[in-house]
Design a protein around this ligand. Structure first.
Ligand code: FPP
Length: 228
């Protein structure tokens, strides 16, 4: 891997938990459980490779339309997963950021996640961002509304970038989507203007180090032109 040109910021659309479970005649929540394990594995792997930023799409604004049962199960799994992984993140000097509209979350899910974010906030290593109740359009509207509240009548592209949830982070160099779907699904719309995309055929719970290496090798061969 040493000669690979590594992205600074990798983002991942973790898709296919449900189909992974269905293939095994398991409930969808079993897919989400395996998805949490894959998230931990990928965070460790990116950390070991020296990737500076990892951003994952864990729950979209549209995901609120799933059954109450699936939403609660997924929340429980994420809260437990983050809690269990906290000591390891601490050891690895990982900083955790939650991006999205957390106002829709029940306190019992929001508070423990924000507590972990707070406890890891002084860390100076890799930044792991988890997008929760996140939508790219909604994030841009959020940024513009913040600027309007400051009384601005004219804004620049930089103003928008500096007021997104991701303010202060570089844009993603590489966005990986699993499960063979070729869509952006409202993920990092503003930040992905010049990102490279990589689509993996495997479902998210099967996305492992070997699959990540394939994505990084493909990225390494791309020539980024930024419109030039
Ligand atoms: C999409 O697959 C996946 C989700 C809606 C959930 C993603 C969340 C995780 C993988 C957990 C991450 C864990 C932490 C701690 C951040 P899907 O259910 O839509 O699959 P399908 O398209 O096959 O039905």
């Amino acid at each position: 891997m040493a000669e690979l040109k590594l992205p600074r910021h990798v983002a991942m659309i973790m898709d296919g938990n449900g189909r992974w479970a269905k293939k095994r005649f398991l409930p969808r929540t079993a897919g989400h459980k395996a998805g949490v394990d894959a998230f931990v594995e990928m965070t460790d792997a990116c950390n070991e490779l020296g990737i500076e930023y990892l951003t994952v799409y864990a729950f979209s604004t549209e995901n609120w339309n799933r059954s109450q049962e699936e939403v609660s199960a997924l929340m429980e799994l994420m809260v437990k997963g983050i809690a269990k992984y906290e000591p390891e993140m601490q050891k690895r000097n990982i900083k955790l950021k939650i991006l999205g509209d957390l106002s829709r979350f029940e306190d019992k899910y929001r508070d423990p996640i924000l507590d972990v974010q707070q406890r890891l906030s002084k860390n100076t290593g890799m930044v792991v961002s988890i997008c929760l109740s996140y939508g790219g359009r909604q994030e841009i509207v959020y940024a513009v509304n913040k600027l309007l509240k400051e009384g601005r009548s004219e804004i620049t592209a930089d103003d928008i970038g500096e007021n997104l949830y991701s303010a202060g982070m570089p844009d993603p160099d590489l966005i990986i989507r699993t499960s063979g779907e070729y869509r952006t699904s409202n993920f990092l719309l503003w930040q992905s203007a010049y990102s490279e995309y990589y689509f993996a055929d495997v479902f998210w719970p099967d996305f492992n180090r070997e699959e990540l290496n394939k994505a990084l090798e493909a990225y390494s061969k791309r020539e980024r032109r930024y419109g030039r």
